[in-house]
Design a binder for this molecule. Structure first.
Ligand code: SAM
Ligand code: SF4
Length: 470
């Protein structure tokens, strides 16, 4: 592997500057309201403005921040929620991250890498539940080379059963060099997701012991820049909340988004905010654990800070909290998730701690989650159109182009939801879902587009036609 950094490589995380901003930023209500107004106009915030929101801890101001995030969700992003599932393919790992059950010094973890037959079995199980979008997850190990990961991606795309197929494969894995990213891109991946874990240098060094691959802060920080330069223009950033002060991590995430936007003209497609969960063999004290209240604050503030970035809320969180936070501008969630190797066929409904990276907070089925989303007024979507039509990177303007959501996202959400309802849903979810589709249709103005959408939905209901997207 080459150790060449990106052409714009620079450590853009200045701990002193971030701390200074967090200490100095004013929190008077008038200033906070000004910043909120800027967010509601979909303008990205400066770091100083994010710091001011992070410092606003008076309960009434926090409530205003929550309400602003809800309003943005309602008015700008609409009521679609995209669903996906993680697929863990290998948990061998050369690193020793203090928080992770896959770390090499954990003897309790049962090590395994799925072979291609086993991958197909997992994919069939996921397709039979109705999934269309997966994220493949790997430890960091010489066996998990870019060529190997590319082969896994191709295997997933090739595996089809009935109307089931995976239409978008994302990856969460170790940072690659330029060649590695090119190899992965050629296999047709969607998003390449890499979490910085913590943007705080000293904590990063504590969590990732010297001498391990992951101990190189800069190699990781620069990784999505290399991805972009290699043609992977669809990037996912994230921080693992609970390793250090959550305010600092929010600043780091926003700085990362601003860096990518500034240098490449394209911000991250998604931002993830996983919170530390119990994991086998991880018995440390975690002084920076984030309370539910602060977690809600950080999600709302991220929403207000990075208007063009999708937000992913994972099944690490409990169902009730997910339900509440969804309204803060979350655009994607995983559902029916299992994080054991082989978890979609082998362990029934229970979690097996020594076979997974961490324990999940929400292990409800996809159907149950779909039903709740529908009852709460959302349109669950499995849309994959933008990525397949090349609407990514600079061309990806989902939230920026007026009318884009009405023209593309809503119809595609309605057709992928209808596919799910016809092919996979329980009778109760189907009934509630078809009513929701009708409500969604009623909001579309009459005209040629609407007639075309109705005709497509009827084809899905009455024939084997599938995958009809704009
Ligand atoms: N090995 C690759 C890497 O480190 O980038 C893939 C990532 S790992 C399999 C997926 C993510 O899970 C990590 O980036 C980390 O943020 C998160 N994670 C690890 N341990 C966790 C824990 N105990 N609780 C919650 N999330 C955890
Ligand atoms: Fe390995 Fe990733 Fe876990 Fe670290 S977080 S031990 S790199 S799987």
């Amino acid at each position: 592997m080459s150790s060449e950094l990106s052409r714009n490589a620079t450590d853009f995380i200045d701990d002193g500057q971030i701390n200074g901003l967090l200490e100095r930023s004013k929190t008077d209500p008038a200033r906070v309201r000004e910043i909120i107004a800027k967010s509601l106009a979909k303008e990205p915030l400066h770091l100083e403005e994010t710091a001011a929101l992070l410092n606003a801890d008076q309960p009434d101001l926090v409530e205003e921040i929550f309400e602003a995030a809800r309003e943005l969700k309602r008015k700008v992003y609409g009521n679609r929620i995209v669903l996906f599932a993680p697929l863990y393919l290998g948990n061998k790992c050369v690193n020793d991250c203090r928080y992770c059950a896959f770390r090499r010094s954990n003897p309790e973890q049962v090590r395994r890498t799925l072979n291609f037959e086993e991958i197909k079995e997992q994919v069939v199980a996921l397709e039979n539940k109705g999934h269309k979008r997966l994220i493949l997850v790997f430890g960091e190990h010489r066996e998990y080379s870019p060529e190997y990961m590319a082969q896994c991606v191709r295997t997933v795309y090739e595996t089809k059963v009935g109307h089931g197929e995976i239409r978008r494969v994302n990856i969460n894995a170790a940072p690659l060099d330029h060649e590695g990213f090119k190899t992965i891109k050629a296999a047709g991946i969607g998003t390449y997701q890499i979490f910085q874990e913590t943007y705080h240098h000293e904590t990063y060094a504590k969590m990732h012991p010297k001498g391990t691959m992951k101990s190189d802060f800069m190699w990781r920080l620069d990784s999505l820049s290399r991805a972009f330069e290699s043609g992977c223009d669809d990037m996912g950033v994230g921080a693992l909340f609970g390793l250090y002060d959550w305010r600092f991590e929010v600043m780091g995430l926003v700085a990362h988004a601003l860096h990518l936007q500034g240098k490449y003209g394209v911000g991250p497609h998604t931002i993830s905010f996983p919170r530390l969960r119990p994991a086998s063999g991880v018995n440390m004290e975690w002084p920076y654990c984030v309370s539910d209240y602060d977690f809600k604050r950080l999600v709302a503030i991220l929403r207000l800070s990075v208007p063009y970035t999708g937000m992913i809320l994972t099944a690490r969180e409990q169902p009730e909290l997910r339900r509440e936070i969804m309204a803060f501008g979350v655009s994607q969630i995983d559902a029916g998730s299992r994080v054991e190797l082989g978890g979609y066929t082998e362990f029934g409904d229970s979690q097996v701690l020594d076979r997974e990276q961490f324990s999940l907070g929400d292990i409800r089925s996809l159907d149950e989650t779909m039903h709740e989303l529908i009852e709460d007024g959302y349109i669950p979507s499995f849309c994959t159109a933008c990525y397949r039509l090349g609407r990514t990177g600079e061309n990806f303007m989902e939230y920026a182009i007026p009318g884009f959501i009405e023209q593309f996202c809503t119809p595609n959400a309605l057709s992928t939801l209808t596919e799910y309802l016809v092919d996979y849903a329980s009778p109760e979810t189907r009934e509630a879902g078809l009513r929701a589709v009708d409500r969604g249709l009623a909001e579309i103005p009459d005209g040629a587009r609407k007639r075309d959408i109705i005709s497509r939905l009827n084809r899905i209901k009455e024939t084997d036609d599938r995958d009809l997207y704009y």
